[in-house]
Design a protein around this ligand. Structure first.
Ligand code: NAD
Length: 249
């Protein structure tokens, strides 16, 4: 299709998991790719970069903490000066710090909200003015089924992911007339490092709640993210698209 030839896509949390699958999907469609990550070591991002280069697209990786507005602004300034434009922003970076609320300390509350929700504000704020000037842009925010239905031990995570849904709808309304589409994707349980941390017993319980009886793959999420940024979804904005094997309907 190569609908994305000469376009630039920034994917936060693009070094692994869902973000990496999204980066590959856009690279296959010939977009230039910029990934942000904040892994303690650079091995995942270096490997992702190498594989993306093999596809033959321009790629850059930045180690940037999305919760830090200064770091985010300076990374985006570099992206703009090198690539001249940003057409697609995928706000995918996210973490969990799970525990029951009675045991949840302020640090773990703040950290999850700062990365998962303020990070979405920081990155969106950094690109929006330019997208308005371009009169074109696509923003997809990665929420979660947990933001819709809640989950024991994830009050901080659920609040951040529900916040993303409200943020998405508000910004979508603000920029709909400017040619910019803002949507969210809410994955269910997807097979990544994040879910690898869940004990097998708990995972088995979750599987019982998924009508399709299996975890999703990062690629299954990436396909929907890509669709939202394609011509096929030209009249879709302000939506939360659930990709969850039927776990929430
Ligand atoms: P992952 O742990 O495999 O990857 C997380 C990515 O986010 C990494 O690239 C990491 O470097 C980056 N990141 C973490 N903190 C960051 C920070 N402060 N600044 C910049 N980047 C940072 O996670 P995943 O499972 O691929 O999840 C990706 C997104 O999808 C997250 O927002 C997550 O909440 C959401 N999600 C995941 C699932 C799932 O089942 N895996 C389900 C629903 C939603």
């Amino acid at each position: 299709m190569e609908e994305y030839s000469n376009r630039v896509a920034v994917i936060t949390g693009g070094s692994k998991g869902i973000g990496r699958a999204i980066a590959f999907k856009f690279a296959e469609e010939k977009a230039d790719i910029v990934i942000f990550h904040y892994d303690p070591d650079n091995s995942a991002s270096e490997q992702t970069l190498k594989m993306l280069k093999e596809i033959g697209v321009n790629v850059r990786s930045f180690k940037v903490d999305v919760s830090n507005k200064e770091e985010v602004d300076s990374a985006f300034n570099e992206v703009f000066s090198e690539f001249k434009r940003i057409d697609v922003l995928i706000n995918n970076a996210g973490i969990t710090k799970d525990t029951l609320l009675v045991r949840m300390n302020e640090k773990d509350w703040d950290m999850v909200l700062d990365i998962n929700l303020k990070g979405v504000y920081n990155c969106t704020h950094a690109v929006l003015r330019n997208m308005i000037k371009q009169k074109r842009g696509w923003i997809v925010n990665i929420s979660s089924v947990v933001g819709q239905i809640g989950n024991v031990g994830q009050a901080n995570y659920a609040a951040s992911k529900a916040g993303i849904m409200g943020f998405t709808k508000s910004v979508a309304k603000e920029v709909a007339m400017r040619g910019i589409k803002v949507n969210a994707v809410a994955p269910g349980f997807i097979d990544t490092e994040m879910t690898a941390k869940i004990p097998e017993k708990v995972k088995d319980e979750f599987l019982k709640q998924i009508p399709m009886g299996r975890l999703g793959t990062p690629e299954e999420v990436a396909e929907v993210v890509y669709w939202l940024c394609s011509k096929s979804a030209s009249y879709v904005t302000g939506q939360v698209i659930h990709v969850n094997g039927g776990m929430y309907m």
